[in-house]
Design a protein around this ligand. Structure first.
Ligand code: C5P
Length: 301
């Protein structure tokens, strides 16, 4: 039997970075938005733990103990007190080190796949508790849709919304290191009084109304100046997206992927074509959001 799981990428519609905590993480308020750009995780019974990857960026990913998929397998097996026997293949579409939580999506997808394969029958909440120890964005990848993330991002609260939003993503040649971007954010804000972050009411209202123009005006990422200072070309990329008609552009998470909000599907095709023609990014992808969290799509016997 094999289990196939689709796990979504995320963008942060709002990412407000508060003070640095004693544990080295920053206190956050994030409004997460899952999008239809997914990694596909296929799990089968096997001897011991076998992990393979293909697709976007996979050639530079080791499948050793540092890999979040391997960590997720062991974390679930330990929780369920069973010996891990599984063979997992991940077909990646989410960019590596792109600020879209691809590694977290793979970890979330692995938890869901192994839970189904091994019949451990854990709830989403239990999987999220295990996932939170693997990475701050793993719980959101399990729940998907729109949600507020607090703490270091792992405390998830669903947010009501309506309608679909249309996005164009500009992917860069080379990823950015998340810890490096947070460190740069601290450096740029040195000497400033950092207030506890708060959720934007305007953003939540835009989601409730399904209003793309209002959402465009409310997009905000505190890590954007840090990502731009480490990768100055992102500034012109963001400007180009808006020049070519996007309602707004924002760096996704710690970057360097840039997300451009469009009016509708046809408009997103126009923006994607224009962005491709600029030659300013490695590749361009379109997706819609919100998308569901990591879930089994085809259990086969
Ligand atoms: O939790 P995760 O392993 O995804 O975090 C990667 C890195 O991002 C952390 O080691 C930390 O440097 C930074 N981070 C942070 N504050 C957060 C989340 C992540 O500083 N709330």
């Amino acid at each position: 039997m094999s289990v196939v799981v689709r796990a979504p990428a995320k963008i942060n519609l709002q990412l407000s970075v508060g003070p640095l905590r004693d544990d080295g993480y920053h206190e956050l308020v994030s409004v997460f938005h899952a999008v239809s750009l997914v990694d596909v995780i296929t799990a089968q019974r096997g001897e011991g733990v076998q992990v393979s990857m293909s697709g976007e960026g996979s050639e530079s990913l080791a499948t050793d103990d540092g890999n979040l998929v391997v960590q997720a397998i062991h974390a679930l097996a330990q929780h369920a007190q069973i010996d891990p026997h599984v063979s997992i293949h991940v077909e990646k579409s989410i960019p590596l080190a792109g600020g879209m939580a691809g590694g977290s999506a793979d970890a979330a997808g692995t938890l869901v796949a192994c839970d189904a394969l091994w019949g451990t029958g854990l709830s989403r909440e239990e999987l999220a508790d295990i996932g939170a120890r693997l990475g701050s964005d793993v719980p959101f990848a399990l729940f998907g849709a729109n949600a507020i993330g607090r703490g270091r991002g792992e405390e998830i609260m669903p947010v009501l919304g309506q309608g679909q939003f249309h996005w164009v993503f500009a992917l860069a040649d080379e990823g950015l290191s998340t810890p490096a971007v947070y460190r740069q954010c601290d450096t740029l804000r040195q000497g400033e009084q950092i207030r506890p972050p708060e959720v934007s009411d305007a953003l939540l209202h835009a989601l409730r109304q399904g209003d793309a123009n209002a959402l465009a005006a409310a997009l905000h990422n505190d890590l954007q100046p840090a990502a731009i200072s480490l990768r100055p070309a992102l500034r012109s990329l963001l400007e180009a997206g808006v020049e070519y008609g996007a309602l707004a552009g924002v760096v996704s998470g710690s970057g360097p992927t840039c997300a451009f909000l469009c009016r509708d599907s046809a408009h997103s095709i126009d923006v994607a074509v224009a962005m491709t023609a600029t030659g300013m990014c490695r590749t361009v992808k379109r997706a819609t959001g919100p998308a569901p969290g990591a879930r089994v799509v085809t259990p086969t016997g």
